[in-house]
Design a protein around this ligand. Structure first.
Ligand code: LMR
Length: 334
């Protein structure tokens, strides 16, 4: 009897951790670099809400906003190493890990409208680009919008000559580097979390970003001028660690995919509004003077940037540039 009791006790001891483990939720760490109150931040929070609901709490999504866990470059490395499971880096951030094709979205004026963008991302081109992520140990799940970039500096920017010699913070993209060089400016790659301080201390003179990013990082408090150039687009690819994703039970993965489809519709349905509201807040703060470029000034900007399309063709692929311009209706020369 004593022997039997001991055996039962041992079985319980052995079984317990397993039982406890079976109850423990699968944790997905979702790291990102922007504030919660932005298109991406809201998308991440919506995904958390839906994913936890659809899996009945079997999955727990931990969202780490505002570079609290990792900065731009580190977060991609962390994902590949499995230290986090989910990210939504901007298209411009995939070059350094060897996927240069996403820089096609950085070409100035290539995405004229969100409707044009959808024709690219929702169609065959978008699917093909996501497939490229597989070879880097990632699975691309969705495209999320931010919006259109505006230029800021402490001097008024109208035409290319105004950019000459100014230092501009850029994301880690060779196309963005070429863009500022074409304007006669000096581009400097910098993590998003460092931009405010770099502008404040004069390490750089200006930067390009969407109103929601400018407002939530308070960049407008240290930049006197904002030119409404709408010259480029910032959007994101939601990526997961491929091994982790493929290893999930199929039913759980299915629920997460459903949550992602809905979170994407939610995020993309309100990104434009988020940026309009941020613009209003920047105006209200009264620290920034707005410049609306004239048609002639815009023509000059487009003309200065048009050669980048040829210069970057060997990096990004001429075929891809042609396909994206055809689908989006954009291009510098339009
Ligand atoms: C930036 O680095 O300027 C932005 O792409 C950050 C972001 O994720 O929106």
């Amino acid at each position: 009897m004593r022997k039997m009791l001991l055996a039962v006790a041992a079985a319980v001891v052995i079984a317990l951790p397993g039982a406890a483990l079976a109850q423990a939720p699968i944790v997905i760490k979702f790291s990102h670099v922007v504030a919660s109150d932005t298109p991406k931040g809201k998308g991440a929070d919506k995904f958390k809400e839906l994913a936890e609901k659809y899996t009945n709490g079997k999955v727990k999504i931990e969202v780490y906003p505002n570079s609290t866990l990792y900065k731009d470059k580190e977060e991609l490395e962390a994902l590949q190493l499995g230290a986090v499971q989910m990210l939504a880096p901007s298209n411009s951030k995939f070059g350094p890990i060897g996927i240069k094709e996403f820089e096609v979205f950085d070409l100035p004026y290539i995405i004229p409208t969100l409707a044009g963008l959808r024709k690219v991302t929702d169609g065959e081109i978008g699917k093909r680009l996501l497939k490229l992520l597989d070879s880097k140990g990632m699975t691309g799940l969705a495209y999320w919008d931010n919006g259109f970039k505006q230029m800021t500096a402490n001097k008024p920017l109208h035409v290319p000559a105004d950019y000459k010699g100014l230092k501009f913070r850029i994301q880690s993209s060779k196309v963005l580097e070429a863009q500022f060089r074409a304007l006669g400016a000096v581009p400097q790659v910098m993590a998003f979390s460092e931009v405010y301080q770099a502008l404040q201390t004069g390490v750089v003179d200006g930067q390009e970003n969407t109103p929601s990013n400018i407002y939530t990082q308070k960049m407008h408090e240290v930049q006197k001028y904002m030119t409404m150039t709408n010259h480029g687009y910032i959007g994101y690819v939601v990526v997961v660690n491929k091994k982790f994703w493929d290893g999930l039970p199929a039913d759980i993965r299915g629920e997460l995919e459903k949550a992602m489809v809905e979170a994407t519709a939610f995020a993309n349905g309100q990104s434009a509004k988020e940026n309009e509201e941020a613009l209003e807040e920047i105006k209200k703060a009264g620290k920034t003077q707005f410049i609306i470029p004239t048609a002639e000034e815009t023509l000059q900007m487009r003309a200065a940037m048009e050669p980048i399309y040829k210069d970057m063709a060997s990096r990004v692929s001429q075929k891809l540039i042609d396909e994206v311009t055809a689908a989006s209706g954009g291009g510098a020369g339009h």
